[in-house]
Design a protein around this ligand. Structure first.
Ligand code: NI
Length: 135
């Protein structure tokens, strides 16, 4: 039987949504407040869900201490209190929408988690807006 275990984390980061191929008006229309040229922050809430069989040796799907540490070293240390556009390699040219941030996080974590386990990333940009990747 497959069981899903999830770990919540959070990070604060600044961003600007902007597509240099669009006009100022088109950018303002597409991205609204998130197009502010002086950047602004979000409190991102992250839920990492791992699904698989329970290991009979431990009774765990994954060790949550390991998952907590993985999220800290791979995601929080990389993105927390950063300007995503200016200070991270991942978003130098990729628009840091919640969708793109969630895909980047999924790809980073996917490389670190056994392929016998499935991975889902849920990212809240605001308490009411969230995106899901994988599963
Ligand atoms: Ni924003």
């Amino acid at each position: 039987m497959k069981v899903t275990v999830s770990r919540k984390a959070h990070f604060n980061a600044a961003h600007r949504l902007h597509n240099p191929e669009l006009s100022e008006e088109e950018n303002a229309s597409a991205f609204g407040l998130c197009n502010n040229p002086y950047y602004h922050g979000h409190n991102y809430e992250l839920i990492v869900s791992v699904c698989g069989e329970i290991d009979p040796k431990t009774g765990y799907v994954v060790d949550m201490k390991w998952l907590k540490e993985l999220i800290k070293t791979e995601i929080e240390d990389r993105f927390d209190h950063k300007n995503l556009n200016e200070q991270t390699e991942e978003f130098k040219t990729l628009n840091p929408t919640a969708e793109n941030i969630a895909v980047v996080i999924w790809n980073i974590l996917r490389h670190c988690i056994s392929h016998s386990l499935s991975l889902k990333v849920t990212l809240y940009e605001t308490p009411r807006n969230f995106v899901e990747v994988g599963g």
